[in-house]
Design a protein around this ligand. Structure first.
Ligand SMILES: Nc1nc2c(ncn2[C@@H]2O[C@H](COP(=O)(O)OP(=O)(O)OP(=O)(O)O)[C@@H](O)[C@H]2O)c(=O)[nH]1
Ligand SMILES: [Mg+2]
Length: 272
């Protein structure tokens, strides 16, 4: 990992967290993450700046069936393809911090927009549960959300909640426990890319593999590199003595599946 890419920094999930499982709350802005966080932790939290950044991240402890969990309230983000500082922090934590479980909090009243992030998180990790929050608001508007079918379609558990009233939170924690213990096994639905994209991904993955900590989200980071994400491309910086140069680029026509971000350059040139 490059020095400017601290990953999870002081909020490291695995090292230093003892045996307490780490659970990240991710989601679009305003989906009820902090409300859920407060219910889970009983406001037993502290907030701190992301190392080297000005993004506030709250961290607290939840207990379920006598077992403690570290809960991380990530900043609201529409995408893991880092555009804003918040997106970068959330993406870095999920890619490098490797929480044991990621809860993607989605707004039941606008599922379609929210599921974009859920699908991206499912590219990074298979330890995912979708928390369909604001169910009360959806019901008030006459929407019925079929959480079971949603879970079947996504290949990961989905739980309906009303975080503001604590509804569904115990069930959510049961699922988190099952994911941590491995009694719940997911099969995240993942994007199938065109053959040329898959070939490019494999090529970048193999170059990234030896430069990342074990368990890092290599495929997702390779996708970010193909989108021209400089922070990932810098991980492919030349090893000393190497003068080999690799051009990582994709035609615009095949970059669509990866990103809708406007600030992603058309191609990234890296040395490796
Ligand atoms: N009706 C209803 N309102 C909720 C629910 N959960 C949260 N809210 C409300 O939704 C608003 C946003 O909640 P937050 O917890 O701040 O949302 P957030 O995801 O942390 O927002 P950001 O940190 O900006 O990304 C607040 O007014 C909450 O009271 C819910 O289940 N039902
Ligand atoms: Mg919040």
């Amino acid at each position: 990992m490059g020095p400017e890419r601290p990953g999870c920094g002081g909020l490291s999930a695995r090292p230093g967290a003892g045996c307490r499982p780490v659970v990240a709350l991710a989601g679009n802005p305003n989906t009820g993450k902090s409300t859920l966080f407060n219910v889970l932790t009983g406001l037993n939290q502290h907030t701190g700046n992301w190392p080297g950044k000005t993004v506030l991240v709250a961290q607290g402890v939840a207990r379920h069936r006598g077992r403690p969990y570290t809960i991380i309230d990530l900043p609201g983000t529409y995408s893991l393809l880092a555009g804003s500082l918040e997106e970068q922090v959330a993406s870095d934590f999920l890619c490098f911090g490797r929480p044991h479980v990621t809860v993607v909090v989605v707004d039941a009243t606008c599922l379609e927009r929210n599921l974009n992030l859920a699908l991206q998180v499912m590219e990074v990790t298979d330890k995912v549960v979708v928390c369909v929050n604001l169910i009360d608001e959806a019901e008030r508007r006459g929407y019925a959300v079929d959480v079971r079918t949603l879970a079947d379609e996504l290949g990961v558990p989905a739980v309906a909640t009303v975080a503001r009233e604590g509804r569904g939170v115990a069930e959510l924690l049961d699922v988190v426990e099952g994911l941590v213990d491995g009694t719940i096994v997911t099969r995240p639905r993942r994007a199938a890319y065109a053959p040329e994209v898959e070939r490019a991904l494999r090529r970048v993955e193999s170059r990234l593999a030896g430069r990342l900590p074990p368990g890092a989200a290599v495929r997702w980071l390779a996708a970010r590199a193909l989108c021209g994400d400089q922070s990932v491309l810098c991980l492919l910086a030349p090893s000393s003595g190497s003068d080999e140069t690799v051009v990582v680029s994709l035609p615009t026509s095949v970059r669509g599946p990866f990103t809708q971000a406007e600030n992603v350059p058309a191609e990234g040139r890296v040395s490796s």
